[in-house]
Design a protein around this ligand. Structure first.
Ligand code: GUN
Length: 307
């Protein structure tokens, strides 16, 4: 008789949804503790320019979760034709407002607005996305194991939390990061370097990517290409973190989300694997809440809690 699939070894699925729910609980407890100590509620300002449908969904879910965790949410919706000067003026007001600890300007912005100008205008202490050049520079020059006492981009922070939870110490592990974006690839690489991984950042011009991946104990893929990472690129037992979110057509005229990894091929080979949806995705918004609490704690003169 053939062995049933359930008996074959396969990767442990990393449950990002469950981990994010636990993180949210810890953030809610941290907010309650801060407020009980006499500090004001942590405040998160969300800014959306234009009416992009996906961005509207993201911003709404961020504001809703902030309120659920006991924070104040200041929701700013601006028309698509808003000038850069008007947006910069709003950011200056939010920077000066003591009720606001975190400012999130949803990206992408309309083309007539220079994103670099906008990110530079946000007070680095309130930059809960970790996109301000000061915070990018802090992450780029952080020492091994040094505390993250400044805001760090949310999705990369979520990736590093999931990996530490699954594997414990990452010291000495070979990590291959596929994708060199400012949003994910580069900050993920910096965070893994801080955790003493040997990190290779790869991109569209990399030679022999499958060969590099086969030497990796950790593969993080973030390029936005469905089923790019194949099963025969993976070293048996490696941890695979799929940051891709690709919307593809499904039955009945609907759509569904898939990642950048060929899930069914990798499942029997890897040691750990994140699903899409339910892997890295839920960590992004949970880490935004974590960053907002950390900003409020710093403002109250309290130590940050470790990530
Ligand atoms: N758009 C897509 N991802 C993000 C994010 O993490 N932060 C912001 N501000 N905009 C985004």
């Amino acid at each position: 008789m053939k062995m049933v699939d359930a008996k074959l070894p396969h990767a442990r699925i990393i449950d990002g949804k469950a981990f994010a729910a636990g993180l949210q609980k810890r953030v809610a407890a941290g907010v309650a503790e801060l407020v009980a100590s006499g500090a004001p509620k942590p405040g998160l300002a969300t800014v959306l320019v234009g009416a992009d449908a996906a961005s509207q969904v993201y911003v709404r879910s961020k504001g809703k979760l902030a309120a659920e965790l006991g924070m104040a949410n200041f929701d700013h919706r601006l028309p698509a034709e808003t000038t850069e000067a008007a947006l910069l003026a709003l950011i200056a007001t939010l920077n000066a407002d003591p009720a606001i600890n975190g400012i999130l300007v949803q990206l992408p912005l309309p083309r007539h607005i220079d994103t670099a100008h906008v990110l530079l205008a946000i007070d680095p202490a309130k930059d809960v996305d970790g996109f301000h050049p000061i915070n990018v520079g802090r992450l780029g020059s952080i020492g091994a194991g040094a505390p993250l006492d400044f805001p760090v981009p949310c999705t990369p922070l979520g990736v590093s939390m999931l990996l530490q939870d699954a594997l414990g110490s990452l010291a000495g592990l070979n990590a291959v990061v596929i994708g060199r974006s400012n949003l994910v690839g580069r900050p993920v690489a910096q965070l893994l370097l801080r955790l003493d991984c040997t990190v290779t950042i790869t991109h569209s011009r990399t030679r022999d990517l499958p060969g590099l991946c086969r030497q990796a104990d950790i593969v993080v893929v973030a390029i936005g290409k469905q089923e790019f990472l194949r099963g025969d690129w993976i070293k048996p037992g490696a941890a695979v973190i799929d940051v891709g979110i690709n919307r593809i057509p499904a039955d009945g005229g609907k759509t569904r989300l898939v990642g950048d990894a060929a899930f069914a091929e990798i499942l029997p080979v890897a040691g750990h694997l994140t699903p899409v949806p339910g892997g890295v995705g839920p960590m992004t918004v949970a880490c935004l809440m974590f960053n907002t609490l950390q900003a409020a704690r710093r403002k109250a003169g309290l130590a940050v809690v470790s990530a």
